[in-house]
Design a binder for this molecule. Structure first.
Ligand SMILES: *[C@@H]1O[C@H](CO)[C@@H](O)[C@H](O)[C@H]1NC(C)=O
Length: 186
C-alpha cells in the first residue's frame, strides 16, 4: 500500500522548513560496490550529519540487526535533556540489484525513506545518504558519517566529505554530532 501524498506531505513540510531545499532532482551518487548487508549490521555512532540540527539529542547511535526474513531491525537512540530515548524502525533492501540502497521507515504509516550506503569498510566508518525528490522540482537530503567508535580521525571525516562532494552532494553545512560524555550517563 502506498501512502497518499496528502498523508506524506505533513511529514515532509517540517523537513523542508528545517533547511534550504535544493533545486532540481536528487543527485545520483555511486554506492558501495558489492555491499555486504551482514557486515554492515551492528552498532554505528553518528559522527557528523546534514542538515545541521542544533538543540537536538546527543550520543546518537543506531543498532542494525538482520531479521530472519532479511528485513532489518533498526534501533536508534539519543540522549535528550538527560533522558535516553529510543525509536525502532524497519529497514529493507528493496532491490537485490542495488543492495547498498536500503530503505528505512520509523512508522508503518510512512513510506520507506532512502538510506543509501555510499561507502563503507564495515569496521571503521560508513557514509549514508538519503534524498527525496519533491514534485521533481527540488529535493531535500540528509547525509551522515557513521563510525564504529564514538570518534573518527579528522582525516577520515575530511575524506568522507570529499566523497559526498565528488558525488554532487553539498556537505558544506554538515555539523559534528556530540558524542562526548555518553558512556558514563548510561
Ligand atoms: C543490538 O541489537 C541486538 C538485537 O536486538 C542486541 O542483541 C544487541 O545487544 C544490541 N546492541 C547494542 C549495542 O545495543
Amino acid at each position: 500500500m502506498k501512502p497518499s501524498f496528502g498523508l506524506v506531505l505533513p511529514f515532509l513540510l517540517p523537513l523542508i522548513a528545517a533547511q534550504v531545499p535544493h533545486w532540481g532532482p536528487c543527485p545520483e551518487p555511486a554506492v558501495q560496490p558489492a555491499f555486504n548487508l551482514k557486515q554492515f549490521m551492528g552498532r554505528w555512532f553518528e559522527i557528523a550529519k546534514l542538515p545541521a540540527q542544533f538543540e537536538k539529542g546527543r550520543c546518537i547511535e543506531t543498532n542494525f540487526t538482520l531479521k530472519p526474513d532479511n528485513s532489518i531491525r533498526v534501533v536508534s537512540s539519543e540522549i535528550l535533556k538527560g533522558e535516553l530515548r529510543k525509536i525502532e524502525g524497519t529497514g529493507v533492501a528493496e532491490d537485490q540489484k542495488n543492495p547498498a540502497k536500503l530503505g528505512i521507515t520509523y512508522s508503518y504509516v510512512l513510506p520507506y525513506s532512502p538510506y543509501w550506503i555510499l561507502a563503507t569498510d564495515y569496521v571503521n566508518s560508513a557514509l549514508v545518504y538519503s534524498c527525496t525528490d519533491i514534485l521533481r522540482l527540488f529535493h531535500v537530503d540528509f547525509a551522515w558519517i557513521l563510525s564504529r567508535k564514538r570518534t573518527l580521525p579528522d582525516a577520515t571525516v575530511e575524506r568522507a566529505k570529499d566523497i559526498f562532494t565528488n558525488n554532487n552532494i553539498d556537505v558544506s553545512r554538515m555539523i559534528a554530532s556530540r558524542q562526548q560524555g555518553c558512556d558514563k550517563t548510561l
